[in-house]
Design a protein around this ligand. Structure first.
Ligand code: CA
Length: 329
C-alpha cells in the first residue's frame, strides 16, 4: 500500500503542470475566425476563454500606437484603393505614413496577399465582408478591461512592440510611447497580467534597463541573424538562453524550435525552465499544423504534455482552452 501511495505521488508529480497554469494566448485575437486584430476578434477571444489576448503595435504618423501585425497596412485593408498615391518606392503602404484619422477611414479585412489579392487562409472569414476598422492600442486595452469587468473573468494583455529599430530609423521611438500607455492602463509590474514581447534583443534590453519596464518581458525568437542584429539561433543555445534570462521572464520561439517533425521534442523548454524562464511558442493553427503533425490534438499533446510549454499562441484560442480544460479534469 505504501508503495502504491508513493507511486501515485510520483505519477502526480510527473504530470503536475508548470509553476503557473499553462496559458493560451489569443494570437491577434481569435484570428482564425475573424479578421486579425479587430476589436471583434478580441471580443471573441475573450469569450472563448483566452488567458491573454495579443496586441501587435505599430505607430501612426502622429505617433498613436495602433494594433496592426505589420508596419505595412496593405495586407489587411483597402489602403491601395483609397490612397494610391501614398505608396512608397518599394510598392508598399506603411501605417507610419498615415495619421490615425486617415487610417480610421480604411476598411479592414481578412489577411490577403498584397500582390495577388488572394486570402492567406482561404477557410477563414471571407475577404471584404462586414465592416471592420482599425483599433488604437488604448481602444484594445479598454475593450479587454471592459470585458473583464462585465464577464467577471480576467484576461491579460500581450502587447508586441513591432520593429522598434525600423521605427527609430524613421524618427519614431515606439517603446517610449507604448510603455507609459500600458502603465496608465494598470499594467506595470510582474503581478499585472501583461507580457511585453519583442523580437529585437537590443530593444528588449533597453525596455528593461533604460525604459525601466518592471512588468513581464518576453524575447521572441525567429531564425538566423535579423537585420536589427539579434542572433536568434544563439538564443536557442543553452548559453543564449542563460544570457536572455538575465533580462527577460520568458522566451517565445517558433513551435519548430520545440517540436521536431519526427514527433520528438528538443530540450529548449527544459533548458529555459532550468533558467527560470517561461516558454510561450507561436503559433498553433488548425489550418496550418506543425511539420510532422496531422492533427491538432497530437500537436497539443506534444507541446503541453511532452514539452511542458508554459503557454501557447494560437489563432484558435478555443481549441487550446478546451484542451487544457479537459487536461485539468
Ligand atoms: Ca505578434
Amino acid at each position: 500500500m505504501k508503495n502504491l501511495t508513493l507511486n501515485l505521488a510520483l505519477l502526480v508529480a510527473a504530470f503536475a503542470p508548470a509553476a503557473e497554469r499553462q496559458i493560451v494566448v489569443a494570437h491577434r485575437g481569435a484570428s482564425g475566425y475573424l479578421p486579425e486584430h479587430t476589436l471583434e476578434a478580441k471580443a471573441m477571444a475573450h469569450a472563448q476563454g483566452a488567458d491573454f489576448i495579443e496586441q501587435d503595435v505599430v505607430l501612426t504618423k502622429d505617433d498613436v500606437p495602433v494594433v496592426l501585425h505589420d508596419i505595412h497596412v496593405d495586407t489587411v485593408s483597402d489602403v491601395a484603393q483609397r490612397y494610391p498615391d501614398r505608396v512608397r518606392g518599394d510598392g508598399r503602404f506603411y501605417a507610419l505614413d498615415f495619421t490615425l484619422a486617415e487610417l480610421r477611414t480604411l476598411c479592414f479585412t481578412e489577411r490577403f496577399n498584397h500582390k495577388t489579392g488572394k486570402p492567406v487562409y482561404p477557410k477563414r472569414f471571407p475577404l471584404w465582408k462586414g465592416d471592420f476598422r482599425i483599433a488604437t492600442l488604448e481602444e484594445d486595452l479598454e475593450l479587454i478591461a471592459g470585458l473583464n469587468h462585465s464577464t467577471g473573468r480576467t484576461a491579460g494583455v500581450y502587447p508586441e512592440i513591432k520593429q522598434p529599430k525600423w521605427h527609430r530609423d524613421q524618427g519614431h521611438d515606439i517603446s517610449s510611447i507604448v510603455l507609459p500607455i500600458l502603465r496608465k492602463h494598470g499594467y506595470a509590474t510582474k503581478n499585472d497580467l501583461c507580457w511585453v514581447q519583442c523580437f529585437e534583443w537590443a530593444e528588449v534590453q533597453r525596455i528593461r534597463n533604460e525604459l525601466k519596464w518592471e512588468g513581464r518581458l518576453l524575447q521572441l525568437l525567429g531564425n538566423g541573424k535579423a537585420k536589427d542584429g539579434t542572433d536568434h539561433d544563439y538564443f536557442k543555445t543553452a548559453e543564449g538562453i542563460k544570457h536572455a534570462a538575465q533580462v527577460v521572464d520568458g522566451m517565445g520561439p517558433e513551435i519548430g524550435a520545440i517540436l521536431k517533425p519526427d514527433g520528438s521534442v528538443t530540450d529548449f523548454v527544459a533548458v529555459a525552465h532550468q533558467n527560470k524562464l517561461q516558454v510561450h511558442p507561436y503559433t498553433l493553427r488548425v489550418d496550418q499544423l506543425p511539420k510532422g503533425y496531422d492533427n491538432v490534438q497530437a500537436a497539443m499533446n506534444a507541446l503541453f504534455g511532452k514539452a511542458q510549454v508554459d503557454g501557447l499562441f494560437s489563432d484558435f484560442p478555443d481549441v487550446a482552452v478546451r484542451y487544457l480544460d479537459r487536461a485539468s479534469h
